[in-house]
Design a protein around this ligand. Structure first.
Ligand code: PMP
Length: 381
């Protein structure tokens, strides 16, 4: 019998039945009054739940589009921009900014550690910066950045727009705009929202919308706030065809979040991540991120000595779990497991058990059941 494959990469994450059902509905016209009401409700909920006094944008595209949208609507050619990069996805901003002629400066963290607020403060004190971006959870390292503390620092600098890449965090880690002094936050549908890939969501507060206005006409067309604002304020209007079924899927995802409660959802992710990490350590993996800065959405595991990444992941796939490899300097040295969104406890236990069978395949001395026990015990605490 063929083993079912669990989707345990750090995004896309498992899509639950009720969300999948929305993808299978008969597609309607984008002007359909019921759909327009649904789209309105999603936008209202997104703004409300993340405390945004400006606009939420839901646009067809992936997280990378949101990265470009954030910079394009905040900075013009020659503007000074500070990138706080904690890894591979932070670094993606370098190319985006350079293509736009933005004067980027980079604070680059050691992989496994974040840049601290004091360092951001020191850099901003040099003067002239118009924006700072921070990756909340860099998926390449599993490090969570201290966005609240960095937000406190940024408050002192009147001209600075604070952009947070929440692609691997929003919906699983707290990222309230007001609480963290964030001006622009964004994510993709495929991670902690547990929706199929294909949507980006971006929150822009009033302060950042004012910045956009001050830029006049910008070169970008598809990701210009000014093109989308009329639609986000009244989804009966047309600019570019909305992905109707994905928006229904997002509506269902948001309904699930409201039902669970955001605080409960954050607590669930935390408790589960701590327990998963105990299981991973019991199998001999080393967690890259310093304990103090470990994200709750995924684990970045450095292999024990002598394990070949490709062979390990092939065996793990045969055991029924899809996991990701390392990127950048950890390519071939790391296993990355996502544990965010709507993946439930059954899925976690099955994932650990499949990992145990795989570890046993490579190490006959491994004591089966150790990691499942570590997980279950930690979940009891
Ligand atoms: N930022 C972060 C933190 C990410 O993890 C990713 C994707 N893994 C991206 C940006 C890019 O998103 P996408 O692949 O959806 O374009």
């Amino acid at each position: 019998m063929k083993t079912k494959k669990l989707l345990m990469i750090p995004g896309p994450t498992p899509v639950v039945d009720s969300i999948r059902a929305q993808m299978a509905r008969d597609t309607v016209a984008f002007g359909d009054p019921d759909f327009v009401e649904d789209f309105k409700e999603v936008l209202h909920d997104l703004k409300d739940m993340w405390n945004c006094d400006g606009e939420a944008f839901v646009v067809a595209g992936s997280g990378t589009l949101a990265m470009e949208m954030a910079l394009a609507n905040t900075l013009k050619k020659g503007d000074k921009y500070l990138l706080v990069s904690n890894g591979f996805f932070g670094d993606r901003f370098i190319d985006i900014a350079e293509r736009k002629g933005i004067a980027i400066e980079v604070l680059q963290a050691e992989w496994g550690q974040p840049i601290l607020p004091e360092e951001v403060d020191k850099k901003l004190a040099e003067g002239g910066f118009k924006a700072v971006s921070v990756t909340h959870v860099d998926t390449s390292t599993g490090v969570i950045a201290p966005i609240k503390e960095i937000g406190e620092v940024i408050k002192k600098y009147e001209d600075v727009i604070y952009i947070v890449d929440g692609v691997c965090s929003v919906g699983a880690e707290t990222a309230d705009l007001k609480e963290n002094n964030i001006d622009i936050l964004f994510t993709g549908s495929q991670k902690a929202f547990g929706v199929c890939p294909g949507l980006m969501m971006l929150w822009a507060n009033q302060r950042s919308l004012n910045r956009r206005e001050s830029l006049g006409t910008i070169a970008e067309y598809y990701c210009d706030y000014e093109k989308w604002l009329p639609i986000m304020r009244d989804p009966a209007k047309y600019y570019a065809t909305p992905p109707i079924n994905l928006i229904w899927a997002l509506q269902e995802s948001v309904r699930i979040m409201k039902d669970e409660g955001l605080e409960n959802r954050y607590d669930r992710h935390k408790k589960n991540a701590v327990a998963m990490n105990q299981a991973f350590e019991a199998m001999g993996f080393t967690i890259l991120a310093d304990k103090e800065y470990r994200a709750h959405t995924l684990s970045n595991l450095v292999y024990p000595e002598g394990i070949d990444d490709a062979a390990f992941r092939k065996q793990l796939a045969d055991e029924g779990v899809q996991a990701a490899g390392g990127v950048g300097k950890y390519a071939g040295k790391m296993l990355r497991i996502g544990h965010m969104g709507n993946a439930d406890r059954h899925t976690m236990v099955s994932t650990i058990a499949a990992l145990e069978r795989t570890v046993k395949h490579f190490n006959a001395n491994y004591n089966m059941g150790t990691a499942v026990t570590a997980y279950l015990q930690a979940m009891e605490d």
